[in-house]
Design a binder for this molecule. Structure first.
Ligand SMILES: *Cc1c(COP(=O)(O)O)cnc(C)c1O
Length: 360
């Protein structure tokens, strides 16, 4: 008998979220970002859920090969570009578009046989200071790349450090527009936050990621209020129930103590399943469809919940860690992190079921 924990990925919810991104992008090319194993949903599941995207974007070259093997014939964009010359050769073979953010990557392109014809997204450093060329180097790299016989189309891109903040892209946009002035190429700038709320950044192609997985890119609110649907449900069951007396402690470190008689449930889910160990007592969780809270420290394989709002709960009762009743954004916020991290951290040992069809 396997442990009762499982994750369920909803293909209809992914389709719905992609359609919402597409509506916001009003006709622009939509790259669905599927890096990090489809934000923890499984790369094949992401490719299925986002089959209607114009292209798929990721950072893993083995993932790109998997997409091709499994039949994705559309555009693929490698968001960190090549890590070595062999990646450029793979890009030519498998028709992958490459971000170019570094001089070395231009050199690799230059040494390819001239029939290669690789599409390039030249990356501008608009203030994040992570990847990309600054103004003069950007324009010089554009000139050099455009002259290479091995390069097909060239587009210009940047990635915002603060698209989730009010006015957070103003300075970056100014710098980008300055650097891009007069260059004949399409633009791709917008992540989820910019796709959702900054039409002025949409350019020619948007690159939504987290919104497609039903989590918010913003520091407040949750995805449902943006019209998005959760794409991942993490569920388990109670495997024990304890009746506590006032003053009893719960879990490692005895960080939670009861002030009254209390029933608590023990859930077969811990940090080795990807649930955040930093989730404090009071983190939302649902038992038998009823919202309640966690108590005590999250352990490797188990965590505990207050059963007061669910008097009928007993061993075997269903638990939702996050999904339809408990937004992943709420668990993330309680734990001092973001929905992105929780979905990406889903552990290998958790079996993933896929929900398809009209039901959702
Ligand atoms: C991950 C990533 C995105 C998607 O970002 P979200 O915040 O998940 O929408 C877009 N562009 C680049 C370059 C990325 O690395």
């Amino acid at each position: 008998m396997p442990r009762p924990i499982s994750a369920t990925v909803s293909i209809p919810a992914m389709r719905h979220n992609l359609a919402l991104a597409r509506a916001r992008a009003r006709g622009r090319f939509v790259w669905a970002v599927v890096k990090a194993n489809g934000y923890g949903h499984g790369l094949a599941n992401a490719a299925r859920g986002f089959a209607a995207a114009d292209g798929l974007a990721l950072v893993e070259f083995d993932g790109a090969s998997q997409l091709r093997r499994e039949g994705w014939a559309g555009p693929v964009l490698m968001l960190e570009g090549a890590f070595e010359q062999a990646d450029v050769e793979q890009a030519a073979r498998e028709r992958l578009s490459l971000v170019v953010h570094e001089e070395r990557q231009v050199d690799w392109l230059a040494t390819m046989p001239p029939h290669a014809q690789i599409d390039v997204f030249l990356k501008f450093n608009s203030g994040m200071n992570r990847l990309g060329f600054r103004h003069d180097a950007f324009r010089a790299a554009f000139a050099r790349i455009s002259g290479l016989p091995t390069v097909g189309r060239v587009a210009l891109m940047t990635h915002f450090a603060n698209a989730d903040l009010d006015g957070g892209t103003d300075d970056a946009m100014r710098r980008f527009e300055d650097a891009a002035a007069g260059l004949q190429a399409g633009w791709s700038l917008a992540n989820s936050a910019a796709t959702l709320q900054l039409p002025g950044t949409h350019g020619d192609a948007v690159r939504p990621g987290v919104m497609l997985y039903g989590a918010t890119p913003f520091g407040e609110g949750d995805a449902r209020s943006l019209g998005l649907r959760p794409t991942m449900r993490l569920e388990s069951r109670l495997i024990a129930v304890q009746q506590l007396e006032p003053g009893d402690a719960v879990g490692y470190g005895s960080t939670f103590r009861t002030g009254r008689p209390m029933r608590i449930g023990v859930v077969a889910c811990g940090y080795a399943d990807g649930y955040p160990r930093h989730a404090p007592s009071g983190t939302p969780i649902a038992v038998d469809g009823v919202r309640t809270v966690t108590v005590g420290r999250v352990a490797m394989d188990m965590l505990m919940v207050d059963l007061e709002p669910v008097p009928g709960a007993r061993p075997g009762s269903a638990v939702e860690l996050w999904g339809d009743i408990v937004p992943i954004d709420a668990v993330a916020r309680a734990s001092g992190t973001i929905g992105y991290e929780l979905m990406c951290a889903l552990a290998q040992r958790v079996p993933v079921h896929v929900e398809d069809g009209a039901a959702s």
